[in-house]
Design a protein around this ligand. Structure first.
Ligand SMILES: [Fe+2]
Length: 328
């Protein structure tokens, strides 16, 4: 393996006020008619409004599902008018309609690349999840931490039914705390490491959020490869939760070398309110730099939506702990 870090492959689209005027107008109308977003009918109606988005954005998104082009897409836009109110101290305390217009913008863009899915074991099975700091979880390896770095990872790497794409929309980010990303395309993995990393010698434990909701700490993870894919390299990695078998030093060392390379390739994406990022969960990893929480309503606040390319496969393979919504 060569020591150089992978070159990140990120595309960025910056929309103008003129380009967001029409979708914003329609979203405002839908919100005033319905008022909430965790509603299948509302999202289904939204899916029919593809023509609201500028062609240049649709062109950029067209490569996401076939996994052509950049694994990370940042979509920036003028700051939306709608006030979301203070950042709640806990995801359970979010006002039901506070983020409706923002959620629909996130959904409108996300629906161009996949179908939303969610977990019953995360945030009471809500389709849109909140990423915000929670008191007492400052050092957790979850989206509710703050003071600790959220290490780079594949979303829900422990599960075969993980999402294809992770979408994050920024509602508030006063300190411009960075989301970190690294992509698999530029990895330089030597033949010996490549062979080791493609073998099912790595166990990935579920993160604490899933375990808490299941009320169990008793899990026996399956052994999986961390590298796979023929045409292009794909990753399945979550370093803090990954174990190798006792005595399997060769796999552990190959894994450590891969981790160092990804770490060195991390780039900072700083999202402003209204900006969103779509991350291919097979070809990129993501994390977050640390920040100091204030718990005064001004903390960093993102909304998260996870997407699948193949809902039938997802539904067929989903475990008791997950649920999927069909928009077709
Ligand atoms: Fe994540």
């Amino acid at each position: 393996m060569r020591g150089s870090a992978p070159v990140p492959d990120i595309q960025e689209i910056v929309l103008t006020a003129r380009e967001t005027r029409r979708p914003d107008r329609v979203i405002r109308r839908l919100v005033s008619e319905d008022g909430a977003t965790d509603d299948l009918g509302l999202l289904t109606r939204l899916a029919g409004h593809r023509d609201l988005l500028p062609v240049r954005l649709l062109d950029a998104l067209a490569g996401v599902r076939p996994r052509r082009g950049s694994p990370v897409t940042v979509v920036r836009r003028p700051r939306p008018d709608e006030d979301v109110g203070p950042t709640p101290r806990h995801w359970r305390l979010r006002g039901r309609t506070a983020t409706a217009a923002h959620d629909l913008w996130l959904a409108l863009v996300s629906l161009q690349v996949g179908e939303p899915v969610c977990w019953q074991t995360l945030q009471d099975g809500r389709l849109f999840n909140d990423v915000l700091p929670i008191k007492g979880q400052e050092h957790a390896q979850t989206g509710h931490s703050s003071a600790a770095t959220l290490d780079y990872h594949v979303e829900d790497a422990f599960d075969d039914d993980r999402c294809d794409v992770l979408a994050l929309l920024c509602l508030r980010n006063r300190d411009l705390t960075a989301t970190t990303v690294a992509t698999a395309g530029g990895l330089h993995v030597g033949t010996a490491d490549h062979e080791l990393l493609r073998r099912p010698r790595f166990a990935i434990l579920p993160d604490p959020e899933h375990l808490k909701a299941n009320g169990t700490a008793d899990v026996s993870p399956a052994w999986r490869p961390v590298l796979f894919g023929d045409a292009q390299p794909c990753l399945r990695i979550d370093p803090p939760f990954t174990r190798t078998a006792p005595g399997d030093d060769a796999s552990a060392q190959a894994f450590a070398r891969l981790c160092r390379q990804l770490e060195g390739g991390l780039v900072h994406v700083r999202l402003h309110p209204g900006d969103l990022v779509l991350i291919d969960n097979y070809r990129a990893v993501h994390g977050r730099e640390p920040f100091t929480p204030r718990y005064d309503g001004t903390d960093r606040w993102l909304r998260k939506l996870t997407l699948t390319f193949d809902l039938r496969r997802s539904s067929g393979r989903r475990r008791a702990g997950s649920r999927a919504l069909s928009l077709s």
